[in-house]
Design a protein around this ligand. Sequence first.
Ligand code: SF4
Ligand code: SF4
Length: 75
Amino acid sequence: MNAMEHSIVIDEDKCTGCGACVEYCHVDAIAVSPETGVVEVVDLEICIECHSCQQNCPEGAIKVYPQLEESMKQM
Ligand code: SF4
Ligand code: SF4
């Protein structure tokens, strides 16, 4: 995978399904799945890469790529 490629990676072993990331997502790009009880990507296209979900996850279970440092390097 290209390091600069837009993606949301969820560590399902770490995610507790607390929903904090969902609360912080302004565009509803992510949601807690009723089937699995962990967070899942609903629509990657609408994700604005704000990184709020990642920054507010108490478990460090969600990562949004490109990471902020990587985005900065591109600017
Ligand atoms: S980076 Fe922002 S827009 Fe994208 S899923 Fe996380 S909170 Fe939502
Ligand atoms: S904030 Fe973290 S632990 Fe909570 S649902 Fe989101 S990814 Fe899972």
